[in-house]
Design a binder for this molecule. Structure first.
Ligand SMILES: [Zn+2]
Length: 286
């Protein structure tokens, strides 16, 4: 795997500073931007450790699932956050990559090596990667793909059950081919309440220029708008897990006195608003 930590200062490629320079912080002084873990649902913690995006640790009752492992330089922050949340690295069985962009899978390989966890991705995402590589196109997400092990593929026909949870997958292109969308239920043993959880793993940027840059057909742009508007009709998603913090302003929901308090994240408007807002933005940007 390419080691981007060895890129000499001042010679970084353009892509290096993307996402508001978060990579620079993660590379040079990651603890400056460390975000301690916080709970978003009865058995869901955000353990990305960074202020930009989410990495969700899901405690199924029979092992842990880590959804995304953002940024190659984000690994140490994630390890710290997992520990602070009270979990053991060795219990992570799977790393689920929502879509093959580096800001979501960058730490997946080293995390898999540390934990023995198996990596999941979509077949569509893998095929897209293959085409990108064949075309010789490089962007941040391409870093280190040569050694990228994919142990399992999501199945959009059969839900996956682990411990107390059953996950249903869908795939929606636009932001990235093979972006995984998933739904599951999480029950709080203290209150007996069950929450429906939704995560759109490809709700990031999408416009016609973006799709072209990604090497995808133009219809993926229209599909993104249509799919999101259709998903906006879902009015029973209690808890929304965003790709990036700013999509739902997750940080405003943290109870700084009690990071286990997830009550602010139970809000059925969030899913609907996110789907509509992203569709409208895609239409506006053209
Ligand atoms: Zn992305």
């Amino acid at each position: 795997m390419a080691d981007f930590r060895n890129i000499p200062k001042g010679t970084e490629p353009d892509w290096y500073w993307h996402v508001n320079g978060i990579v620079q912080f993660l590379k040079e002084d990651p603890w400056k931007v460390y975000v301690p873990p916080y709970r978003l649902g009865p058995h869901i913690w955000n353990v990305s450790g960074n202020p930009d995006n989410g990495a969700y640790l899901i405690d199924t009752g029979d092992g842990l699932i880590m959804v995304d492992a953002p940024y190659y330089y984000g690994l140490e922050l994630q390890l710290k956050a997992i520990e602070e949340a009270g979990y053991d690295l060795k219990d992570i069985k799977y790393i689920w990559i929502t879509h093959p962009h580096g800001d979501h899978f960058g730490a997946a390989v080293p995390l898999a090596e540390r934990t023995g966890a198996k990596i999941w991705m979509s077949r569509e995402g893998e095929a897209w990667w293959g085409r990108r590589k064949a075309a010789g196109v490089m962007r941040p997400s391409d870093g280190g793909y040569d050694d990228f092990p994919i142990d399992f593929y999501y199945d959009d026909y059969n839900p996956f059950t682990m411990g107390n949870m059953t996950f249903r997958f869908e795939f929606h292109p636009g932001h990235c081919e093979g972006s995984m969308v998933m739904f599951f239920e999480d029950t709080d043993p203290d209150t007996g309440k069950t929450y429906k959880v939704g995560m759109h793993g490809g709700i990031g940027t999408c416009n016609s220029k973006w799709v072209e840059r990604e090497g995808s057909p133009l219809w993926h742009y229209y599909r993104y708008i249509a799919d999101n508007l259709q998903m906006a009709e879902m009015d029973d998603i209690d808890i929304t897990l965003p790709n990036h913090e700013n999509q739902t302003n997750m940080h405003t929901g943290i109870n700084l006195n009690d990071r286990r308090d997830y009550s602010a994240f139970v809000n059925r408007d969030v899913w609907k608003n996110l789907m509509i807002q992203k569709s409208e933005l895609a239409i506006k940007e053209g």
